[in-house]
Design a protein around this ligand. Sequence first.
Ligand code: ADP
Ligand code: MG
Length: 617
Amino acid sequence: MANRIQLLPDHVANQIAAGEVVQRPASVVKELLENAIDAGAMRIELLVKDGGKALVQVVDDGSGMSPADAGLSFRRHATSKISKAEDLFHLQTKGFRGEALASIAAIAQVELTTRDAEAELGTRLRIAGDTVQGTEAVVTPQGTSIQVKNLFFNIPARRNFLKSAQVEFRHVLDEFQRVALAHPGIAFRMVHNESEVHHLPVSNLKQRIDHLFGNRMNARLVPVAEETQIVAIGGFVCKPEFARKSRGEQFFFVNDRFIRSPYLHHAVMAAFEGLLRSESYPGYFLYLQVPPESIDINIHPTKTEVKFENEQSLYAILRSAVKHSLGQFNIAPVLDFEQDQNLETPYDYKDREAMLPGVSVDRNFNPFAGEKPASRNTGSYRPAPTRGWEARYEGLDPDPELQPADWVIESETRQEPLFDEGAAGTPGQAGLFQLGRKYILTRIKSGLLLIDQQRAHQRVLYEQLLQNLSRREPASQALLFPLQLAFGRAEMHILRSMEEALAGLGFRFSDAAGDTLELTGLPVLVPESEAASVLDQLISDWQRHDGAGDFSQVDRVAKELCRALAVKPGTPLDPESQLGLVNDLFGCKEPAMSPFNKPIHVTLPLEELEKKLNFHG
Ligand code: ADP
Ligand code: MG
């Protein structure tokens, strides 16, 4: 048989290897920013076009390179940062693999301009798909500028795989923020499509956080500091009452390098235990310094995962440091919110949330400010103000099978009611139960109907929003006193990109100056007290969820809005709310599917229940 094994040509090998380092424009951003920092830069500029798909450029005032080094820098395994294997255990630099520039040059059009302190003239090099296309001597300031154009221009399959410019922009921004947070002592500027996104002067950490995320951060941060033999911890955590409904700003840095660590994240969450509303996430900016030889950053090609020698001690130290800070700043009176209700309820009734006396709800309740912890966690379903509470199925009649048989609970089957009638209130008449704080259970002719409360509410909100859209002038509640909301510049950038959709749904803005947005009107569905948190969540969800399958930007924002506003699993609903929700759901055009195409309800036919009962008999 003929020999079939052959060595891959260099450019193919490089392209394959490049896939490890460069997944998207943000990966290029990370590598170039890190190189600039390794070169000792004090000022770094990042210029990006179309989310980095058209251009990523980094300009620094660092050491620069000699003409010979400039040529070598694009060779695979060319690095000035380590020379022997032991160096790997004492890394002081971000880079060490000598792969980034080689990988980037294999899959993009690159132009490098650089000059070191000794040389009078700098060097300009053009490279595309691995081949040097020209070198010239140029007049240029000391430092380095690298332009990376048309990423994956020679690998159409990869290029097509990139997401929209907006999504890529979000990733680029994330990367930029991480590097900028790790180095408050370096000045940064970021420009996207000619507009300035960030301008960050040299500052201390707290100022850097403010510059990146807006002034409002200032009052929210609590310092964390701890020093032990194996780790020094610094940075800030956000006060629990500012925890967001979605994972917002959560950052770990180890030896000035951003890392992901579910394990350390868990330690922080453990410190916050008992202080957070359900489904909310605290922000944190935590900096760990450990001896370089006690970590291994080598296990992931893009180096965001780290292996620690003393993982368990780190966990304990971090948790207690954060706990200590929260306590010291009087944030952690130990309130026992997490008491399990099931423990106190007779077994037979443990799932009968519906029978609890109706709790009306203060959604703004701040458990850390006042003294009425009992009402935490309760939520209620609010029907749109335009709709009444009355049942609306009569006449609409979408599917007779789904009509509740009647609304009278069979009280005669209850031997000894747990609650007297007064306490049970309206639920008795509705025949609705809430199950596991997630579902509403009701009787229909052929058996039982189980409704997912979150999905049902999403559907109701979605149809109300769409109805609103079809009007020429979307219904909007004008605010008597406009709300001033502070956002970070990057957040303003995102808000602006969905401005039209927001206006279509009933948000009204007057001019936004700097990082403050003046809100003058809101969609009828959004309570004024929740405007800020809803916008917060819209921003953080906006680029995390892919828009595939949406009709338009408005449709997408409408869905995100539903996601933000809908009652969440775990929220007890009072009987009136349950009834209102069920009524509104069956008044919808499509009561079966959530806006995200998930089924909203299932029937449990009587026959099947009977079969189960008789299975052993
Ligand atoms: P690594 O950073 O792992 O060494 P890279 O491929 O990123 O590998 O860079 C190769 C080499 O090019 C670096 O070791 C450094 O000597 C040089 N280099 C890259 N970027 C810069 C820069 N902005 N300023 C000065 N030197 C640079
Ligand atoms: Mg590098």
